[in-house]
Structures are given as structure tokens and as C-alpha cells.
Design a protein around this ligand. Sequence first.
Ligand code: SAM
Length: 226
Amino acid sequence: MHLFDMAGGYGFLEAFAYAKFVAPAVESMGEPMLRRLESSLPEGARVVDIGCGGGNILTALGALRPDLLLRGVDLHGSMVQRTRRLASQRKVRVEAVEGDAMALPFADGEFDAAYSVASIKHWPDARRGLLEASRVLRPGGSLLVVEADRSCTHQEAYNFVGRWRVPRLPGLRGAMLMYFRTYVAGQSLDMADATRLFAGLSLSTFSVEKVALMPAWMAAGQKAVQ
Ligand SMILES: C[S@@+](CC[C@H](N)C(=O)[O-])C[C@H]1O[C@@H](n2cnc3c(N)ncnc32)[C@H](O)[C@@H]1O
């Protein structure tokens, strides 16, 4: 992947820029999902973060719920290293591995919950990745996805970009806004896409909703119990 094309994993430079400037803002995008996981997961649940990046959300979940067994997987080795470093800084137990959402390195039914934040727009085949996520879930397990909304409003994008940790230089926010709307949200999925994708999985129930005040949606469902 390079900055203007969403396909594939992050290179070293993108991993650095993403972790330093953008990841904390994406963490707030994942906040409602985090709260839902925190309050709904049973004691000792096994959870996987697919496309975990630098581990911001995974380690935030670990800090809230130290009882959980947390795994992270990312296509890019330097992201996996970042997750391990952040986990050690935040003193959270996390196991991060390199792997592709298209062929997850986990057994069938291994997890009670699988989630992904801001990653599926990068996957070459979102449906295949979601089928993989369902495969590694036990029957009744939870699947959650948060992603940038291609149909977001100008104001949502403006607010989000305002959270990026970049210097306050004249014109920079406008350039970032154009970048986000064109290349990030612009190449992402909207709520109708998410609804179609989730409807094609073997879930007993699912919902797709806006993340309040953010240029993002959240989809959540439960794997059917046969
Ligand atoms: C925008 S970052 C989001 C990172 C993290 N989820 C977060 O919320 O900060 C997208 C991540 O997805 C990863 N990624 C892209 N394609 C992937 C794939 N096919 N399998 C696994 N990870 C992938 C990238 O390497 C990158 O770390």
C-alpha cells in the first residue's frame, strides 16, 4: 500500500506516520465498540483484533479487561512490533502475530469475539475477510467491524481530522481533510455496503449503525449457533 491507494498492508513509513499522527483519533472512532466489548464479553473471553495496527485498541481493551485473552494480527511486521511495544508500555498481555485477514492463522472456532477497526477497506476482498473472521469465531461469538464511512458528512470528516496529532500549520487541516475524504473515506465502504456484507454471513443477528459524530460506521453481529 502507499498513502493514496488503500490496497494492502502498511509499509514502514506509513506505519510510522499512522501510529504517530492518526491512530489516537482512530482509537476514539473505536470507542463505542470498545465499550460494547468491555461490557458484554464473558470472563476470560478469547478475542482477536484483525488488522490490529499499532495495537491502540487492543491494548486499550486489555487495560479495561485484564482477564481477556487477546490476540492481534496484522499484515505488516512493523505494525506487529508496534503492538508488542505498546502492550509492554501499557503493561497489557497481548499476543500479536503477522498474518493476512484473507487467511487468518487461527483455528476454526478459536475466539469468542473478533473485531476489526479501520482495516477492511484495505483488504483485497472484504467478504472473504469477514468469512475468515466468522470461521475463527465459536458459534454464538461476536463479530464487530468499525470502518470509515464513504458517505460521511463534511463536518464529521472535519472533526475527525481535527483530532490528528499534527502541527497546527496554515492550510494543513484543509489538505488532510481533502486526503481523508478522497483517499481514505473515499475508497472505503458505506453503511449499505456493510449491510450487504453482513447479510451474506452466517449470523443469527446483526446491526449496522453510525458512530456518533464520527465519519464511521459500526457493524456488529453474532455467529449463528447451528
Ligand atoms: C488504518 S490501520 C488501522 C489499525 C488499527 N486497527 C487501529 O485501529 O489503529 C489499517 C491496518 O490494517 C492492516 N491491514 C491491511 N490489510 C490487511 C490484511 N489483508 N490483513 C491484515 N491486516 C491488514 C494494515 O497493515 C494496518 O495496520
